[in-house]
Design a protein around this ligand. Structure first.
Ligand code: SAM
Ligand code: SF4
Length: 325
């Protein structure tokens, strides 16, 4: 469907959980945060009902996120159920990759269309510091290697001041493997926001640095993926390099997405707290047309743009794992 600014909204990010086996410092506070109780978590059948209503409103592509979606039991069975809904064209997943290896076959059989794996550094000690965990970057890379060539695979790296020297090593993964590597500006959300200096980081210099290694790096003009990344390719690369300039460049005029948190809040925009709570409707026996109408209203009134450049205007105070990044 189109929102009131004429944007076509056809993509929904579905959060399966706010729980995670990591504590990435830009996403969750070190001490963790209050987690959703089992009762308040949308059940799979409720998620499917929302997805079905979303399809009837024109949403055809879904991304499973969290928290870490693979900590939720039976995630592969859910992928299969979602893929089986008439009208669902694509189901993809974003994951930290650590629980992926034993689940890859079931996910492929369930029909998963693509995977995004988050990795901000190839340096094991730095990975442990950023994720506040004992896992290593090598374990994530094992998952990346398993996926590469078997299903479309993207690596997502949040740009952090301390990982500046990791730009080229991470980008090299697009040369070593058939994967895209995307660099994402950190968004000032949740408890980590206060620590982000204003105007930081700027992706402008990144292209110059990448061109010292790949001088022929050039923009890719055809659409690639569902999101706002700008892609670049070079003859030496098997995959593309992407930039997601969520903060320094507004791409809101082309935004195509809404989010559903794991507690059933339908959120039209990442940086505002506003949303329509669907859980009470789902659990009060509301008819499908009422659910659909509430969702239609929320989508229709999607805000014109985010306000990351004016932090005082951000009304979303939850952490990214709770929002479903
Ligand atoms: N656990 C999964 C993962 O890490 O991919 C899925 C959830 S995570 C919230 C989804 C994506 O959001 C990850 O790529 C993560 O790096 C990114 N992310 C989390 N906090 C962010 C922030 N403050 N700014 C930009 N990206 C962020
Ligand atoms: Fe977990 Fe993903 Fe957040 Fe890291 S970014 S803490 S892996 S939800």
């Amino acid at each position: 469907m189109r929102d009131e600014y004429g944007r076509t909204i056809d993509y929904m990010r579905l959060s399966l959980t706010d729980r995670c086996n990591l504590r990435c410092r830009y996403c969750m506070p070190a001490e963790g945060c209050t987690l959703t109780t089992h009762t308040d978590l949308l059940r799979y059948e409720e998620l499917l009902r929302v997805a079905q209503a979303a399809v009837s409103l024109g949403i055809t592509r879904f991304k499973l996120t969290g928290g870490e979606p693979l900590v939720r039991r039976d995630a592969a069975a859910f992928v299969q159920a979602l893929k089986s809904l008439p009208g669902v064209q694509q189901v993809t997943l974003t994951t930290n990759g650590l629980l992926l290896p034993p689940l890859l076959e079931p996910l492929l059989q369930a029909g998963l269309d693509a995977v995004n794996i988050s990795l901000d550094t190839r340096d094991n000690a730095q990975y442990q510091a950023i994720t506040r965990s004992r896992y290593t970057a090598d374990e994530v890379l094992d998952a990346v290697r398993l996926c590469a060539g078997r299903l479309p695979t993207k690596i997502n790296a949040v740009l952090l001041p301390e990982t500046a020297t990791q730009l080229i090593p991470l980008a090299r993964l697009a040369q070593e493997l058939p994967v895209d590597v995307r660099f994402i500006e950190q968004m000032p959300l949740g408890s980590a926001a206060a620590a982000i200096p204003p105007n930081e980081p700027c992706t402008a210099s990144i292209l110059d640095r990448l061109r010292t290694v790949w001088p022929q790096l050039a923009p890719v003009h055809q659409a690639r993926g569902n999101g706002p990344a700008q892609y670049f390719s070079a003859p030496e690369l098997q995959g593309c390099i992407g930039l997601i300039q969520a903060v320094s460049h507004s791409f809101c005029s082309h935004c195509n997405r809404v989010r559903l948190t794991c507690t059933g809040l339908l959120k039209p925009c990442l940086c505002y707290a506003e949303g329509v709570p669907l859980l009470p409707l789902l659990r009060s026996g509301a008819a499908d047309n009422r659910l659909r109408e509430q969702m239609r209203q929320a989508i229709a009134h999607k805000p014109a743009a985010h306000c990351f450049a004016r932090r005082e205007a951000i009304t979303e105070y939850h952490n990214m794992n709770q929002i479903g990044g």
